[in-house]
Design a protein. Structure first.
Length: 231
């Protein structure tokens, strides 16, 4: 079971996310917190053998932010995965959360179907990553790093480091357009599109038309989710 800590300062939201999680196989609600300091303490003070595997982390709380919690956990090398669950859409916040290694960035409000898709993608990621101790195979290393097997060679002018940053933002905050990706990473739209198209060719992203905005429809890029039931 994936022991999960739910963090949100709103009691109704906390209850909703608990209900959602209880509907998914393989997950256990192992704790709940309503503040940033309590969340960090809950993870760091958990006894051996009862550690949390996953934190569903709100970003805006009265006594601190999700960024504060993440920085504290990373500073203490806490081996816990984090999915940001928030109404904050600020590009700089998304960029900082991605840099701190959030697995997903899920924007509230959302239906159960979206929550289920993201959590099953995380569950599949854990299955692919294999054991947490001992020696790992190349496939397990790729899964732990969030990489797909057999990536296409990088075209001239693209860097592996920037490609990883683009992939991390799309995985955590997508779907995004090229302009939104560029804003999140502080790069030009043309450059962002080159990286996005490379990831599409590599099978990491999908591209679809986004309608509902004035003018011509924009291209929207989304991380390819592969849950155990095909979700």
């Amino acid at each position: 079971m994936i022991r999960t800590l739910i963090v949100d300062d709103d009691a109704l939201t906390l209850e909703l996310h608990r209900t959602y999680l209880e509907r998914l196989d393989g997950f256990e609600v192992a704790g709940e917190c309503t503040g940033a300091r309590a969340a960090a303490a809950a993870v760091l003070d958990q006894p051996a053998g009862r550690a949390f595997d996953l934190v569903l982390l709100d970003v805006t709380m009265p006594d601190g932010t999700g960024l504060d919690v993440l920085r504290t956990l990373r500073a203490h090398a806490a081996a816990v995965d984090v999915i940001a669950v928030t109404g904050v859409r600020d590009a700089e916040t998304v960029r900082q959360m991605a840099a701190l290694g959030v697995f997903q960035y899920l924007v509230k409000p959302f239906p159960f179907s979206v929550f289920r898709e993201r959590l099953l993608a995380y569950r599949e990621h854990r299955l692919q990553a294999g054991p947490t101790d001992g020696e790992a195979t190349q496939a397990e290393i790729d899964a732990l790093l969030g990489r797909s097997a057999g990536p296409a060679p990088l075209p001239k002018g693209l860097s592996a480091e920037t490609l990883a940053r683009v992939a991390a933002v799309l995985r955590s905050a997508g779907p995004l357009s090229a302009s939104e990706t560029a804003d999140a990473l502080g790069m030009s739209r043309v450059a962002a599109r080159r990286y996005l198209e490379h990831l599409v060719a590599d099978g990491v992203l999908t591209r679809a038309a986004r309608y509902g905005t004035p003018g011509r429809p924009q291209a929207e890029y989304a991380w390819v989710r592969r849950g155990p039931d095909g979700a």
